[in-house]
Design a protein around this ligand. Structure first.
Ligand SMILES: O=C(O)c1cc(=O)[nH]c(=O)n1[C@@H]1O[C@H](COP(=O)(O)O)[C@@H](O)[C@H]1O
Length: 229
């Protein structure tokens, strides 16, 4: 599996999610199960997608007290998922507890922290009381994430060059907010094309509606994979 594409299965219905998965191929992508679909389909759906041969990014963005997040991450690992995430805003002790919960497992998911959501702008951050912009805030949260022993971060590919320089080549950069030329940004604000995201140093591209909303999702996925090969 060399494809960097993670297809976001943001569906309200498990039947639709499974139908899309059956049209795609584990050779071309991994699948991301987020809050909406997991709340509908639960662990059983994750297991069914894994039975189809897909590796799963369980995107539940855990953000709670350290003990609770450690337990949630352990539960995700027991499901056999490939990647799981927490919010870096939960702080050092929360992230350390999450990393500790996975320590010593023979097979463990990659543990990643969300920095600043790709739907947010500098103005949104100011409203929350942060004087720094997204770039500086992502840098700060990524450094804390790395120091807390996690494998990498979720960020916009706009921040990837700076993070590659500061966090090193082995720090995993997962980038949503991916849009094909001409696609509507929708609720996303910090958007980048697949080729530019990889050129900026991203390891993985999270792509939802550009694929799931297409008339022929497999054709779009194949086109993306050939464009970035
Ligand atoms: O953690 C994520 O995956 C995530 C973090 C972030 O900052 N921004 C973001 O869009 N995501 C997820 O990435 C996906 C993007 O979907 P599209 O905007 O449809 O490509 C959604 O499932 C989001 O939940």
């Amino acid at each position: 599996m060399t494809s960097p594409v993670l297809v976001a299965l943001d569906y309200a219905d498990t039947i639709d999610a499974l139908a899309l998965a059956r049209r795609l191929s584990p050779e071309l992508c991994r699948l991301k199960v987020g809050k909406e679909l997991f709340t509908r389909g639960g662990p059983q759906l994750v297991e069914r997608l894994q039975e189809l041969g897909f590796e799963i990014f369980l995107d539940l963005k855990f953000h709670d007290i350290p003990n609770t997040v450690a337990g949630a991450v352990r539960a995700a690992a027991d499901l056999g998922v490939w990647m799981v995430n927490v919010h870096a805003g939960g702080g050092r002790r929360m992230m350390e507890a999450a990393a500790e919960a996975l320590a010593g497992r023979s097979r463990r998911p990659l543990l990643i922290a969300v920095t600043v959501l790709t739907s947010m702008t500098d103005e949104d951050l100011r409203e929350l009381g942060y004087s720094e912009g997204a770039e500086a805030r992502v840098q700060k949260l990524a450094a804390l994430t790395r120091d807390s022993g996690l494998d990498g971060v979720v960020c916009s590919a706009l921040e990837a060059p700076g993070l590659r320089a500061s966090c090193g080549k082995d720090f995993c950069l997962v980038t949503p907010g991916i849009r094909l030329a001409g696609d509507a940004a929708g609720d996303q604000r910090r958007v980048v094309t697949p080729a530019d995201a990889l050129a900026n140093g991203a390891d993985y591209l999270v792509i939802g509606r550009s694929i799931t909303g297409a008339g022929d999702p497999l054709a779009v996925l194949q086109q993306i994979c050939s464009d970035i090969a």
